[in-house]
Every structure is written in C-alpha cells, then in structure tokens.
Design a protein around this ligand. Structure first.
Ligand SMILES: Nc1ncnc2c1ncn2[C@@H]1O[C@H](COP(=O)(O)OP(=O)(O)OP(=O)(O)O)[C@@H](O)[C@H]1O
Ligand SMILES: [Mg+2]
Length: 147
C-alpha cells in the first residue's frame, strides 16, 4: 500500500476502506484524521462492507462508539467529535474496547489525546476539491521494533 494516494470519489474511498480491512485481519488501532466531511465514515463503511456487513453504517456522533460484530470478530467505530472531556471515554469503557483484540477505527482522535493508546496506523485525509489526498503513517513496524 502506497503511503500517499489520491482518492477521486466516494466509491474509491470505500475501496480504500477494504484495503485497510485486509491490512488488519485481526485487531488494531487506526486513527482517521481529516476535516468534517473528508470521508472518514465513508472509509469505515467501505471497510465494513468489504467484510460483508450489510447493515447501516452511520457515524456514532452522539454515542461516541458503535460496535459491529462480524462473524467472530469485533470492530469498534469511534467518532469523538463531540467528546467534551477525554474522561468520558472511561465512562463508556473505552479501555475495554482497545484492550481486547478488536479493530478500533477512531474519527477525531485528537479529542482524546493522551487517553487513547498509540495507533498502529494513522490515515490523514486532505481535501483536494472533490478528490481527497490520503497520507498514511504506518507505525506497526515501529511498534514491533520497540518490543
Ligand atoms: N473523494 C471523496 N472521498 C470520500 N468522500 C467523498 C469524496 N467526494 C465526495 N465525497 C462525499 O463526502 C462525504 C464524506 O462524508 P463522511 O461522513 O464520510 O465524512 P467524515 O470525514 O466522516 O465527516 P465527519 O467528521 O463529519 O464525521 C460523503 O457525502 C461523500 O459522498
Ligand atoms: Mg464521520
């Protein structure tokens, strides 16, 4: 997977989500950075569709987290835009989500800076008119080196 990609439309963003799913056959922590409407939720929708999840995928703006059980694995989609205080994450049991072997996808991780564990992958989405430029920071290798 190239570290820099141009995504021309919503369809390509969904496909890109599928590539992220392939990168994480098990658990992981993925940060999704990008302005409002950049395509973070669209990416998550594509990821879940690629795993054959057929239901509705909408951003958990008020509930902060939406769990998805697909076959025997768990995927948690966080949208922390409305997080007023990072401690709220403790109340919703955040730690139990990421200490499991689930795949966690986090929109607006900067709202919980210091409370989230180190990510395995950071996806930065930048507007380029109707397209999006994606810059990927792959930290899995770095993490393994530390072990
Ligand atoms: N190149 C593109 N990639 C992704 N989405 C695109 C693209 N061009 C247009 N769109 C549209 O932009 C919107 C992206 O919305 P989405 O909810 O995924 O954004 P978001 O980053 O999750 O925003 P928020 O921070 O508000 O949750 C969709 O309506 C999608 O159709
Ligand atoms: Mg969103």
């Amino acid at each position: 997977m190239s570290n820099k990609q141009i995504i021309h439309n919503e369809h390509q963003m969904m496909d890109f989500g599928g590539q992220i799913a392939e990168k994480f056959p098990q658990g992981g922590m993925v940060f999704l950075n990008g302005d409002l409407g950049a395509g973070k939720t669209t990416l998550v929708r594509g990821l879940l569709r690629s795993l054959e999840y057929q239901g509705i995928v909408k951003s958990p703006t008020y509930t902060l987290v939406e769990p998805y059980q697909i076959n025997d694995r768990m995927i948690y989609h966080f949208d922390l835009y409305r997080l007023a205080d990072p401690e709220e994450l403790e109340y919703i049991g955040g730690r139990e989500y990421w200490n499991s072997d689930a795949l966690c996808l986090v929109e607006w991780p900067e709202k919980a800076e210091g409370f989230l564990p180190e990510p395995d992958l950071i996806i930065n989405i930048h507007y380029q008119d109707t397209a999006r430029e994606i810059i990927i920071e792959d930290l899995i290798g770095i993490k393994n080196k530390e072990l």
